[in-house]
Ligand binder design. Structure first.
Ligand SMILES: Nc1ncnc2c1ncn2[C@@H]1O[C@H](COP(=O)(O)OP(=O)(O)O)[C@@H](O)[C@H]1O
Ligand SMILES: [Mg+2]
Length: 270
């Protein structure tokens, strides 16, 4: 076993009563979360409920204010950055566009955790880059500067960067933002196929509750920094959750085609 290979049965992520936030601004307290390897988890909740903060803490983009995050059984803050980047990739909710960078140059950066000491890309790196561009259907855009792309094309370029890392864990913060409905489904099906065919562990923040229910095995609903529901989509996506967590009156039915629960929100409860 190499140092990169996690032990069987060890969760991808484990937090024990951590606190998250920014300096003196505490977002969550006593947050205990385990994520099984090979699972698909959707994080949902109203604006400002702490979804991105949770994801950023798991990704080590911000440190927990208290407690420890374990990545594949190891304290994430004791792992070298390169090792973290070989195990997990994140598509953050917001990103700054490096001026003048082309799509290809951006996606190549996904290989940096893997390249050897000379820093040269090898054949397997080229394959990973090509595959990431193909999966995100960016073939026609490889030499375009990122800042000339539409919002949706740009979002797919950042997705390609995360995919090029070829990690066992993929964290996605609202990956369907800016995408039209066809590209939304394309991306969510791609994520599901990575999970099914390669066992990639997925944790994604999704705004669309029906997409969350259809494309995950587990939904975690947050409100005010707390986990208020956690379970299979049909346990979590209920009229009660929509009322208490999102403040809307809604019906929930079973989609006859996919078997997933779907909600129809009718009006805000004021
Ligand atoms: N960089 C930051 N500094 C200070 N507070 C922040 C920062 N980012 C987010 N927050 C605050 O943390 C809370 C949770 O935000 P966030 O996790 O982004 O929510 P969500 O992703 O669920 O919409 C909000 O009150 C937000 O204003
Ligand atoms: Mg967010």
């Amino acid at each position: 076993m190499t140092r990169d290979e996690p032990m069987v049965g060890v969760p991808a992520f484990l937090t024990e009563a951590i606190s998250t936030g920014y300096g003196r601004h505490v977002v969550s307290q006593h947050l205990s979360l385990g994520v099984e390897r090979g699972s698909r988890t959707a994080l949902v909740g109203p604006n400002g409920s702490g979804k991105s903060t949770t994801l950023k803490t798991l990704a080590r983009l911000i440190a927990p204010l208290a407690g420890t995050v374990y990545l594949n059984g190891r304290d994430i803050n004791r792992l070298p950055t390169r090792e973290v980047a070989r195990q997990m990739a994140i598509l953050p909710q917001t990103h700054e566009v490096p001026a003048e960078l082309t799509v290809l140059e951006l996606v190549e950066q996904g290989r940096f955790p893997h390249v050897g000491t000379l820093g040269m890309l090898r054949r397997q790196d080229d394959e990973a880059i090509e595959e990431a561009l193909r999966m995100t259907r960016l073939g026609d855009f490889v030499h375009r500067p990122i800042d000339t792309l539409s919002g949706g094309e740009r979002q797919r370029a950042w997705m390609a960067l995360a995919l090029a890392q070829r990690t066992e864990i993929l964290l996605l913060d609202e990956p369907t933002t800016f995408l039209d409905v066809g590209h939304q489904l394309d991306l969510l099906q791609l994520v599901s196929s990575l999970n099914r065919d390669r066992g990639v562990t997925i944790v994604m923040v999704l705004h669309d509750l029906n997409h969350a229910a259809r494309f995950s095995d587990r939904m975690i609903a947050m409100s005010g920094g707390e986990v208020v529901a956690d379970g299979a989509p049909d346990e979590v996506l209920t009229p009660g959750l929509l009322r208490d967590c999102f403040g809307v009156e809604a019906s929930v039915v079973v989609d006859p085609r996919t078997g997933s629960p779907i909600c129809m929100p009718y009006s805000p409860i004021l």
